[in-house]
Design a binder for this molecule. Sequence first.
Ligand code: FES
Length: 107
Amino acid sequence: MSETTGWVRAAAIDDIAPGSALGVTVGDLNLAIYHLEDGRVFCTDNVCTHAFALLTDGWMEGTTIECPLHAGQFDVCTGKGLGAPIEEDLKPFAVKVEDGQVFVEIT
Ligand code: FES
């Protein structure tokens, strides 16, 4: 259980090129921050719900990230699993960007 709660600075937006994802650790959470080509920013758990792999070690295209281990895919905007072998969605986190800094809401 993380002791970090509330809005927590997780990264600088300039550290995440548009169209890519960055893995960060906040408290004891492994999070993935996604910077879409259109400028929108999203965050989910970074650990695949199928087995143990970090999604940011996989491949992101558009709003989809593909796990590097068994090619399971998730919608980065919602955390929703997009078919086999994924049976459980990723937990999404609220994100805001202020003064070039990405903040994630930990509840
Ligand atoms: S660990 Fe991600 S698809 Fe299997």
